[in-house]
Design a protein around this ligand. Structure first.
Ligand code: TRP
Length: 339
């Protein structure tokens, strides 16, 4: 494991995961677990920024996210699942790094700015979350951070903070690179810009076959098309946006698009095709989910063993950080009675 490059990435546990998470992140994570030393963080402390008054939601969601991760094929024998709140070193490092981070760096973060504009009440904790993300990444000394496009400013911030720490104290942190997924943003089933729980336009990884078929049936296609023989439009057609994301045989897809624009294939047919495609993708995911639902102790041990492994790395890094910053001289403390 040691000569492999290290990856750290994470998700806030705020509910069950959907197809947007799959094409934007999880699919990529599954591939990467073979080549990299992967740390996958369930950032429950970060989620407090949104749900501090509903902590039980976060607690339930930790297990839900772990189950989703295992279901898509993340393998806890090859990777490390980490529950953030069980490793207090994340919070400690975040606090220390915030001391060398100019406030202006946080203020100009475009992702944070956009999020704060939507909130009526911004807590100090929420404002500070990019800093906690910097600590998440640096504590594991990650080389690479797979993440959505909206996370890029946080990774840029991480690089700046790492550079500064390395310059003023000691060179201990690698400057991590970002890796953006294949489909940075999947539209919702209603054609809205983003698949999002709060918009109620998701297909969940845990949806049944029938639920998927029902949701696909409701999708918008081409509003100008009255009969199946009318020439159809691909642009802005939600079903085809999904085909672009999920159809692996691109040549076949081109044929289908041609037929659609020529009025040779109906909306009912393309929707059936899409429902089948998605259900085929979800089939092995459902099977793994059924297995883990029947073996909850394996879900728990994936979380516990991973977190303990991460905690060890975290303790080592924190010791290095404290030494580099000249914060705790343990000898000094043990000699205290001689003063
Ligand atoms: N902010 C990320 C999200 O909302 C979750 C996250 C927490 C993360 N820590 C991270 C992502 C570190 C990448 C690296 O999904």
């Amino acid at each position: 494991m040691s000569n492999q490059k290290r990856i750290l990435t994470g998700m806030r546990p705020t509910g069950k995961l959907h197809l947007g998470h799959y094409v934007g992140a999880l699919e990529n994570w599954v591939k990467m677990q073979k080549e990299y030393d992967c740390y996958f963080l369930i950032s429950d402390y970060q989620a407090l920024g949104d749900y501090a008054e509903d902590v039980s939601k976060i607690r339930n969601s930790v297990i839900e996210v772990a189950l989703d991760w295992l279901s898509v094929g993340l393998d806890p024998k090859k990777t490390t699942f980490v529950v953030q709140s069980y490793v207090p070193e994340y919070a400690e490092l975040s606090m220390l790094l915030s001391m060398i981070t100019p406030k202006s760096m946080i203020d100009r973060n475009p992702t944070l700015k956009a999020e704060m504009a939507r909130l009526s009440n911004v807590t100090v904790g929420f404002y500070n979350y990019p800093m906690s993300q910097v600590a998440d990444i640096l504590l594991s000394k990650a080389d690479l951070v797979p993440a959505g496009e909206d996370q890029l400013p946080h990774i840029e911030l991480t690089r700046e903070v790492a550079r500064k720490f390395n310059r003023i104290y000691k060179n201990i942190f690698p400057e991590p690179e970002a890796l953006v997924g294949r489909v940075p943003r999947l539209v919702g089933i209603d054609g809205e810009a983003k698949m999002s729980k709060s918009l109620g336009n998701c297909i969940y990884l845990s949806d049944s076959e029938a639920e998927v078929a029902k949701k696909v049936k409701k999708m918008y296609t081409d509003p100008t098309r009255i009969k199946a023989t009318d020439p159809g439009h691909i642009e802005g057609n939600v079903v085809f946006t999904y085909f672009d994301a999920f159809y692996s045989d691109k040549k076949e897809l081109e044929e289908l698009k041609k037929k659609y624009t020529q009025g040779k294939v109906g909306d009912v047919e393309i929707k059936e095709l899409l429902a089948d495609l998605l259900n085929n993708l979800l089939k092995p995911i459902r099977e793994r989910r059924a297995y883990y639902m029947a073996h909850p102790e394996e879900v728990r041990s994936a979380l516990i063993e991973g977190t303990l492994r991460a905690k060890k790395v975290a303790e080592e890094t924190m010791l290095e950080v404290r030494k580099a910053m000249n914060i705790t001289d343990y000898e000094e403390i043990s000699n205290i009675k001689k003063i």
